[in-house]
Design a protein around this ligand. Structure first.
Ligand code: ZN
Length: 111
């Protein structure tokens, strides 16, 4: 099994209904892994919340921090980089999802 990328969701996604993810990151920053892999070639990471509406940066600081750590660890394990990270759809994880912050903190971690 070789993963070729990450698909990022928010929990407001219609495909996420208690499943459809490999890792769920709660608002508090708890990581919940799924019992079974979602897809053979993509890791599905879901952040709890609805990012189609504006969320304050402070509110999701911990969640984003944990998401960064998890994704970096998975990158290392499966020889991927943040360039392999893709939104699920145009509306998932929502237009207010903080991509810039996620990518920035990941590239910081590589130094
Ligand atoms: Zn989705």
């Amino acid at each position: 099994m070789q993963y070729t990328g990450f698909t990022i969701h928010h929990s407001a996604c219609p495909s996420i209904n208690g499943k459809g993810f490999d890792f769920l990151i709660t608002r508090q920053g708890t990581i919940i892994p799924s019992a079974k892999p979602t897809e053979i070639d993509h890791l599905h990471i879901c952040l709890e919340g609805d990012f189609s509406v504006k969320v304050s940066g402070d509110q999701m600081k911990e969640q984003l921090f944990i998401a960064t750590k998890l994704i970096m660890r998975l990158c290392e394990a499966y020889h991927l980089s943040f360039e392999h990270m893709h939104p699920h759809t145009l509306t998932c994880p929502g237009r207010h999802f903080p991509w810039a912050e996620l990518v920035l903190s990941m590239s910081d971690g590589y130094h």
